[in-house]
Design a protein around this ligand. Structure first.
Ligand code: ADP
Ligand code: MG
Length: 289
């Protein structure tokens, strides 16, 4: 090696090195800005496919849901709505034959990454089921449950959370003098609102609801529907319903599923008044389902 050459080129190498560092810094800044500008959706699915054993249930589902909106999933029974809903808090993990490809994001983060802790995920993505499932405990303990398993022991904190959640679930006035009463003694509609309060107590950002009113009488259904509308201010809600009137009453956006395909996704008004696909039109006009 020619030492003379090396010493002559050294300043040039240094300059290149300096430019490279500057360029790196510039790129890092650009990346940061791009990330900041990139819109975060509350919920997203990318090319989502799912199977139970050999049976394919969902085909290439792409959906983007903005925060503080209500999205209804409609479609005939067995077409994959519940399976899709349960992906967002990983409830399908319990089914050994379940398998999926594609991504599910909550607040911009892939919830199937290894480092995701399921308990944390379930705290931010709460769920309410079709059949109210209160625990055979007092009203108070039902609502305090999530905080207790997180280790909260302070009575003042629990009292406050119970009251706040029952208020949010519009049940407080009916039960405030009876918090020690067994939850199983409440009416079906009250039990469902209690389950909503239980889900809200751990302060989720997303609420998944799988036909939450389908087992309720019309009056209780109405109460739950108005409650869902109120909750939109604070939560992003994804709701499965086979009740088309309910979908059109409560939701901002609607997705129509058929045989594992997301046939159409649009704002609710347009989907119901100007469906783009024939299958959607046939379904909403009651020709099948
Ligand atoms: N745990 C399971 N094991 C096997 N197959 C299932 C399971 N859960 C649902 N399925 C099947 O997956 C398909 C979609 O079900 P689901 O997501 O519950 O539909 P929907 O909520 O639209 O009625 C159905 O054919 C159903 O039989
Ligand atoms: Mg279902």
């Amino acid at each position: 090696m020619d030492l003379q050459f090396l010493s002559e080129t050294e300043p040039a190498v240094k300059t290149i090195g300096k430019n490279l560092t500057q360029e790196k810094q510039f790129m890092a800044r650009e990346e940061k800005l791009a990330k900041k500008e990139k819109k975060h959706y509350a919920l997203e699915s990318h090319m989502l496919n799912a199977w139970y054993g050999e049976k394919k249930i969902l085909n290439d589902i792409n959906m983007k849901i903005e925060a503080n909106t209500i999205t209804a999933l409609i479609g005939p029974s067995g077409c994959g709505k519940s399976t899709f809903l349960r992906l967002f808090n990983r409830m399908n993990d319990y089914i050994p034959i379940f398998r999926k490809t594609g991504d599910i994001l909550v607040d911009g983060e892939d919830v199937y990454q290894k480092r995701i802790r399921i308990e944390e995920l379930r705290k931010s993505v709460g769920m309410v089921f079709q059949k109210a499932n209160p625990f055979p405990k007092s009203i108070y303990e039902n609502v305090a449950y999530g905080l207790r398993i997180q280790g909260e022991k302070r009575k003042s904190v629990l009292d406050l959370a119970v009251e706040k959640s029952l208020h949010q679930a519009s049940l407080w006035d009916e039960v405030k003098d009876d918090l020690k009463k067994n939850a199983m003694a409440l009416s079906g509609g009250q039990q469902q609102r209690l389950c909503i309060a239980r889900a809200l107590a751990v302060e989720p950002s997303v609420l998944l609801m799988d036909e939450p009113a389908s087992a309720l009488d019309p009056h209780s259904t109405h109460r739950v529907e108005s409650l869902i509308l109120e909750l939109k201010e604070k939560y992003t809600i994804l709701i499965v319903t086979h009740n088309l009137h309910q979908a059109s009453r409560v939701s901002d956006y609607t997705g129509f599923f058929y045989l594992g395909d997301l046939v159409e996704f649009n704002n609710t008004k347009d989907l119901f008044t100007h469906p783009k696909k024939e299958q959607t039109e046939n379904y909403i006009s009651g020709k099948f389902g």
